[in-house]
Design a protein. Sequence first.
Length: 149
Amino acid sequence: MIEQTIADWHRHLRGQLPGGLDALLHDDVVFFSPIVFTPQRGRAVTKLYLEAAGQTLPGDSAGGGLDSIGSKGEQAGGFRYTKEVLAGNHAVLEFETTVEGKYVNGVDIITCDDDGKIVEFRVMLRPLQAINLVHRQMGAMLEAMQPPS
């Protein structure tokens, strides 16, 4: 089941998935951020975090943007998946990018249900300087994405 979900995830990142994140995420998805201690629950907040990450982690390359698996090295500094491990309803996708000249390495750990909807999305980052940088940038991006009160 996870193979189709991950294929759809890559299509989403390329802007080719009708329905985008709404088509991928279960209503009760749980998002585990490398930045926030508590799990974030629900489609709306998970979409917010994933959209903010897409703005924060596109990389320092000229065009930015998200590359799909297999494009390692084609876009220096741009976000790209470098490895995938798929088993049952689980996937681990390793990624690399460069933000403000700092190397960022991490994994997306994705679990889907039997219908192929993502029920858990966990992100882990390294090294520490990348975590601190992404923490600062994600905080600013999430604040900017909030509707005015």
